[in-house]
Design a protein around this ligand. Structure first.
Ligand code: MTE
Ligand code: MO
Length: 397
């Protein structure tokens, strides 16, 4: 609600599942063990990564909460939760991924700045809520508009939480009006996650979900929406979450030369194995997730056990029992696929996974070529080094 302000300190944080790996305590940033991601297509809320920039807001009286919609509008409005719930409700299965997913691996190539993440800063949830395009219609902005009568071209989301990057101001981001008013872009104001009321960590009572786009634009604890001529000038849009070439360092960086990152590129990771694992004799199962941004589905996942000399194709799954095929009309276009391949491995193996999306984009082979000083979007081939247990035959000695 205009005026609701998040707490200043971390004394009232919610409780969290003990199996989460904490990458930073205050603000709270944590991810599940990789293996937790492949036990179900829809990630349980407890195991869903948590990425914050400040203390978690407390909205204890939802009756008093309201969302302000204003900016370049003749008639700004306020919407209560009851009014938002009265709009048609949609359930959208969408994978949310932090742009910093796999940053730790990028920092091993060269130092980067930012919270370290392994490969589980990602999760797939069923988000329930109203479409942003329906909310914008309430203030007279029609579907499929790229500019309003008063010159609005962007939709800015402003939150309740306070963060130090904004000098104590709210977290914010924006998306183009065209995407916001396109019902098929499925941008939601979500009040449910996996069929339950959104919890505090994930944005209670209301958050934005922008499918196919880096997590940073899916603003949690939404306070207000502003229609504006310019894209959001906040820190996270202008001074962060941009992708720079490997030649740019902290001395020569010029933030204004790059656009804010929106869609995420094709990504995959092996989750059934960790580096240094000792695997048993015989065939082993290699499984993980693969996803691409912008609604581009996953066309293929390739697996190699010999450092990339030869490849085999993994099977893909979404919901339902059978393997997923790219022309599956019931497929969830904003969601990951889980993949699985059964392989024979040599004594010492580097197992590699790489995914190809529906536009035939493929993950880059090496992290060095995509290194950037903020360590975002590490989508290089995912590799794990494992060793075969050679002692099995002798184990009774
Ligand atoms: N208000 C607010 N919204 C936010 C953030 C935040 O710190 N404050 N973090 C963003 C980032 S960087 C990501 S990756 C996602 C994480 O969402 P989750 O914690 O629900 O997984 O929320 C985004 N929305
Ligand atoms: Mo993020």
């Amino acid at each position: 609600m205009p005026g609701l302000i998040g707490p200043k300190d971390y004394s009232q944080e919610p409780s969290r599942h003990p199996s989460l790996k904490i990458n930073a305590k205050e603000p709270f940033n944590a991810e599940p063990p990789r293996a937790a991601l492949i036990s179900s297509y829809v990630t349980p809320v407890d195991y869903f990564y948590k990425r914050n920039h400040g203390p978690i807001p407390i909205v204890d009286n939802v009756e008093r909460y309201s969302l302000a919609v204003g900016g370049l509008l003749k008639k700004p409005i306020q919407l209560s939760m009851a009014e938002i719930r009265k709009l048609p409700k949609y359930n959208v299965t969408a994978t949310l991924q932090c742009a910093g997913n796999r940053r730790t691996a990028m920092s091993k190539s060269r130092t980067v700045r930012g919270v370290g993440w392994d490969a589980a800063a990602i999760g797939n949830a069923i988000w329930g809520g109203a479409k942003l395009s329906d909310v914008l219609e309430l203030v007279g902005i029609s579907k499929h508009s790229s500019v309003t009568l008063s010159g609005g071209k962007h939709v800015e989301f402003i939150s309740i939480d306070r963060c130090k990057e904004e000098n104590g101001g709210p977290y914010k981001a924006s998306i183009p009006l065209q995407q916001a008013t396109n019902p098929d872009a499925d941008v939601l104001l979500a009040y449910e996650m996996n069929g339950k009321i959104l919890n505090r960590d994930h944005g209670y009572p209301l958050r934005v979900v922008v499918p196919g786009v880096i997590g940073a634009r899916s603003v949690k604890w939404l306070d207000s929406i502003k229609i504006s001529e310019e894209e959001c000038q906040g820190f996270f849009m202008q001074k962060d979450y941009k992708t720079f070439p490997p030649s740019v360092n902290w001395d020569n960086i010029n933030w204004s030369t790059r656009r804010p990152q929106m869609d995420f590129p094709v990504q995959c990771a092996i989750c059934s194995l960790e580096d240094e694992d000792v695997v048993k004799q015989g065939k082993i199962k290699v499984s993980g997730y693969a996803v691409s941004g912008g609604g581009r589905g996953i066309e293929r996942v390739d697996i190699s056990v010999d450092g990339g000399k030869t490849w085999m194709e993994a099977q893909r799954f979404q919901k339902g029992d059978g393997p997923y095929s790219s022309d599956d009309l019931n497929g969830d276009k904003w969601a990951w696929v889980l993949f699985e391949a059964v392989v024979d491995i040599p004594e010492k193996a580097e197992i590699i996974a790489k995914a190809v999306d529906s536009a035939a984009n493929v993950q880059p082979e090496n992290v060095e070529t995509i290194w950037n000083l903020r360590g975002i979007l590490n989508t290089s081939w995912h590799r794990v080094q494992v060793r075969k247990d050679s002692c099995v035959a002798n184990s009774s000695l």
